[in-house]
Design a protein around this ligand. Structure first.
Ligand SMILES: Nc1ncnc2c1ncn2[C@@H]1O[C@H](COP(=O)(O)OP(=O)(O)OP(=O)(O)O)[C@@H](O)[C@H]1O
Ligand SMILES: [Mg+2]
Length: 234
């Protein structure tokens, strides 16, 4: 009687492990299927520059990869591929165009096609240095919260700085060491912690030419020259 009970138990165990294995296989198949059959991937030849299979991100930030972005239409300029190429070679680029020309749209599309999480910041808003780099909450120095730029530097993806020519000088200056060969940021607020730029961290800024012209006459809003030298213009 006890032997039969043991056999039953063993059979149950085997079945359970099969189920687990089948589920495991099934998951892998689904994720591969999604990556290779993106509805728009055949329209844009971006894979030769940015291949989603070569990127690795923490599972919690993969939720930031855009979904269901509509196609971007152009007259044969191949903007999507050109942004992919700029990011592959320089890891950062600048989009300059009037309002409504699809700058935000194309960045979302590139992020979706390349499987990159998006961190979006509008520099025209009065966002403080603390929101972007991080701060301690509560009393003392126990609970630190990363800002958006710090999170991007740690975890990777595309940092999209909209209306970058409206960026405050103190923020622009702190971006410089991240964008050049140093490739790190220093959190002066957090005992000078040094954060290395994630290997798959890309930066795209967008600017409106009309605002750039206005800014030339406003010394306090002038687009930071040092930052611009570190970017490929498109
Ligand atoms: N070439 C295009 N193909 C498809 N849709 C486009 C194109 N250009 C613009 N659009 C559409 O026009 C709308 C405005 O585009 P978007 O918001 O990306 O412009 P923008 O350049 O970011 O403007 P702003 O400078 O005001 O932020 C969006 O709904 C976008 O889908
Ligand atoms: Mg926009």
């Amino acid at each position: 009687m006890s032997n039969l009970g043991e056999v039953d138990q063993r059979v149950k165990e085997i079945n359970a492990s099969k189920v687990v294995n089948e589920k495991f296989n099934l998951n892998i198949k689904i994720s591969k299927l999604k990556r290779n059959t993106h509805a728009l991937s055949k329209n844009y030849d971006i894979k030769k520059y940015l291949d989603s299979n070569q990127f690795t991100f923490a599972p919690e930030i993969t939720e930031l990869i855009p979904k269901d972005t509509p196609p971007y239409l152009d007259n044969g300029e191949h903007y999507v591929e050109r942004i992919g190429r700029a990011l592959a070679f320089f890891r950062q680029c600048a989009l300059i165009g009037p309002s409504g020309t699809g700058k935000t749209h194309i960045v979302y599309l590139v992020a979706e096609l390349a499987g990159l999480p998006m961190w979006e910041i509008n520099c025209g808003l009065q966002t403080s240095v603390f929101d972007l780099f991080g701060r301690y909450v509560g009393l003392g120095k126990e609970n630190w919260i990363d800002g958006l730029i710090t999170s991007w530097c740690r975890y990777g993806g595309i940092l999209y700085l909209d209306e970058a020519n409206m960026m405050k000088q103190d923020i622009a200056t702190r971006l410089n060491p991240i964008l050049d060969q140093r490739g790190h940021m220093v959190l002066t607020e957090k005992d000078n912690e040094i954060i290395q730029r994630h290997k798959d961290a890309f930066l795209i800024i967008s600017m409106n030419p009309r605002i750039i012209r206005v800014c030339r006459y406003q010394a306090n809003k002038r687009s930071n020259e040092a930052k611009n030298e570190r970017l490929a213009e498109l």
